[in-house]
Each structure stands twice: as C-alpha cells, then as structure tokens.
Design a protein around this ligand. Structure first.
Ligand SMILES: [Zn+2]
Length: 396
C-alpha cells in the first residue's frame, strides 16, 4: 500500500506532523507528505494506519559486520585494553561460520529498521552478506600498523582489500569504500598521512576510533601506560613513540585534509575544547556515538550533555557484536535517552539524517522528502513516551 499514516510523521528535515500521511511509489520513493486535511481526499481503504511515529530508516554509522560471530563471546567491563587482548585470543578462522553470522545479523539490522551502514572491514568476510544488496554500505577498509616502517606494507594490504570491495557495485544501493585508519594508538602517523593522501580516498569519508579509553590520553601525554605496555606485549617495537601534548584527536586531525569528511567514533573521553578545535580544523567532522559498546567495554558513556553544543555533528553506531548485544540503532537511542533524557527529535536526527550525511548518502536517504528513498519505520510509542519499551517495525 503506498500510503502510510501514524499519530506522528517525523520527516526529520522538517517539523513533525500530527496524523500525517506519507505517500510513496511502489519502489518506496517518497512522493509527498500530506497533512491531516490534505489526506482527507484519499480513500481510507488505501491507507495503512499505525499507532506511533513514522520515521525515515535508520543509519548505523559505525559497525563491524564481520565480527558478528563474536556475539556473547566477550566478557563485559574489561576496559579497552582487556577487550583487545581477549579479542586476539579468540580470533576465529572459520570463514563459513563468520560469513553466516554476518548474513544473519545483516538480516537483523534490516528488520530493526536500518537502511545504511558505515562498516569497518579488516577482511572480505562481510562481502557475501553485502552482495545480497539489502542495505546501503560505506565500507571502511581499516588499517593498523603502529611501526612507521610498516606503513607502506599495510597500505598495500589495504589496496588489495579495497579492490575486492570496489569490484562490487550496488545498482539500487550505495556501495562505496575507502581506506581508513583504526585508532591513534594502533596506526602510525606516517600511515595516517598516507591514507589521508591516498588517491582512492578523494571525496570519500574517513573514520577513526577516537578516545574510547583514558589510556589513549596517557599514551599521548606521558608516552607510557597500558597501551604502550600492550603493544610491547604483542611484540611491537614502541621505541620510536614520543609524547604529543596536543593529544590524540588533534594530532590526527592535523594530518587530515580540511575538506575530508571525518567520522570520529566513540569520543568517550573527548573534551569540549577538543571537539571545538577539531571542527575548526575539519569542519566536515561527525562524532559517532556507540553508547551500548561504551557500556559493554568501559562501563561509561561520553558526556552527552556537553556534546549537545555539537548536536548537528552527532550520529550513532552500534559498533560490533563483540561489544554489543544487538545491532539496533533504536537500542542506542534508548540507552542515550535513559541516561541523558535527550529529546526525541534530536535523537532521531542523529539516528537518520546525520548518519546519512556522515556517510555521504543524504541525497537518497536520511529524511522523508519527495524524491528520496529513505525506507520507513514506525516507532511504537508517543514522543513524550519514548523510552526503553518503545519498539520499531520496518514498513519499507
Ligand atoms: Zn568499532
């Protein structure tokens, strides 16, 4: 049925409308949003009516689909260093099992109303799932090499992986890819610079895990601490490492071209001054929050009250099932709502349009506007009643 009505329609690009009707064509493209009086002209038998709020499809701006087989395999509250060490121990090389888990949880994302994903790739294990063409993807081909001498070798590996992803083209779906650094504690500045200047990344977003733990700060400011010890324990030469008073985020930002769209993921220990300075340096920055993963690993959350000053740059991600119980953007919204009581309209914008902008997908998705094909969800509940009990049903 091409007409969808609910108590509220949230186009996101404009104000919410009570008792409005969304008109789409058979391909799910938005034709118009009719207010209550304009919708009187439509035969009521033509309209599918729902209790709740119609929203655009969700955007999961940070995920690792290829880690879906690690659901319920990792202990909680270990801190990031403990998490990484544990992850190294339980690495699984059973490709069929990893690929099947990616397919299963891609389906779960689809059913949870997610239409697009910014997905971190260290392998080709997620390709089989992605070939199904169910979701839009920006594939972040992620590299890490702490030793600057290994930067060229790492980049070569990234180029090979990128080629595998470039071979796959979406017809109806976005399917883009760029080479990207993992984190300031795992990727040398030499490698970050090579990635920033890589020809294939022109016009593409980059991403980096940023200040997910306090140890990142001590590594940059004092030159020692748990990360340096961890790298040493992994047999990685850390002799070249020097302190850097600017801290990790601003040191990395200084290596990136000003026009680049940059997704900073987590930002759990990032200060207001750093966020402001980064926006001055890289105005196309997005701050991607993964609150459920932060609770899972570090049992803490970024200061969302402070981040409201930058709310036009905030988007949401689930991170992986190694550090989350589900790949659900609604669940991330509920975690933030529970802790900070952020208003629903802002949360929804983070979950839709801002994620679409962060991935460069805003021409097609992220808001209910004529000509777009954003997918449609209905969230059961009223705006004042949005809470942990709200649920989502995918309409398109
Ligand atoms: Zn991640």
């Amino acid at each position: 049925m091409p007409y969808f009505k609910a108590d509220y329609v949230y186009p996101v690009s404009s104000a919410p409308m009570r008792n409005a009707v969304v008109h789409t064509n058979e391909q799910g493209q938005i034709i118009s949003v009719l207010d209550e009086s304009a919708s009187q002209a439509i035969e009521s038998s033509e309209i599918a009516v729902f209790n709740g709020m119609i929203t655009p499809g969700f955007v999961n701006a940070h995920c690792h689909l290829e880690l879906s087989h690690l659901l319920n395999k990792m202990p909680e509250h270990t801190g990031l260093v403990g998490f990484i060490k544990h992850l190294q121990q339980i690495r699984n090389n059973d490709s069929a099992l990893i690929e099947e888990a990616a397919i299963e949880h891609q389906q779960a994302m689809y059913e949870a109303g997610i239409v697009a994903v910014g997905d971190i790739c260290n392998s080709t294990h997620s390709l089989r799932a992605k070939q199904k063409g169910m979701l839009h993807y920006h594939n972040f081909i992620e590299l890490f090499a702490f030793n600057p001498d290994k930067a060229s070798e790492s980049l070569k590996h990234g180029e090979q992986l990128l080629a595998a992803y470039k071979n796959l083209h979406g017809e109806k779906q976005y399917f883009n890819a760029s080479i990207t650094p993992h984190a300031p504690y795992s990727t040398s500045h030499a490698l970050v610079q090579m990635i920033a200047e890589h020809a294939s990344n022109k016009g593409m977003p980059l991403s980096i895990h940023n200040q997910e733990s306090k140890e990142e700060l001590s590594m940059y400011l004092s030159g020692s601490g748990a990360f340096i010890q961890m790298l040493y324990d992994f047999g990685i030469n850390t002799a070249h490492w020097k302190t850097n008073a600017a801290g990790s985020m601003l040191s990395i930002a200084a290596l990136i071209n000003r026009q680049t769209k940059m997704l900073w993921v987590h930002n759990t220990y990032t200060s207001k001054e750093e966020l402001q300075s980064v926006l001055n340096m890289l105005p196309h920055s997005y701050f991607c929050l993964c609150p459920n993963a932060n609770l899972y690993i570090e049992n803490t959350l970024p200061d969302l009250s402070m981040m409201m000053a930058f709310k036009e740059h905030v988007c949401l991600g689930t991170d992986s099932l190694a550090s989350n119980h589900s790949l659900s953007i609604l669940s991330e919204m509920q975690t933030i709502y529970k802790a900070f009581k952020i208003d629903f309209e802002a949360l929804l914008r983070w979950a839709t349009l801002n994620g679409a902008k962060a991935l460069g997908f805003e021409e097609k998705i992220g808001s209910i506007e004529p000509g777009k094909t954003p997918g449609l969800n209905v969230i059961i509940g009223t705006p004042s009643g949005f809470d942990e009990n709200s649920s989502v049903k995918r309409l398109l």
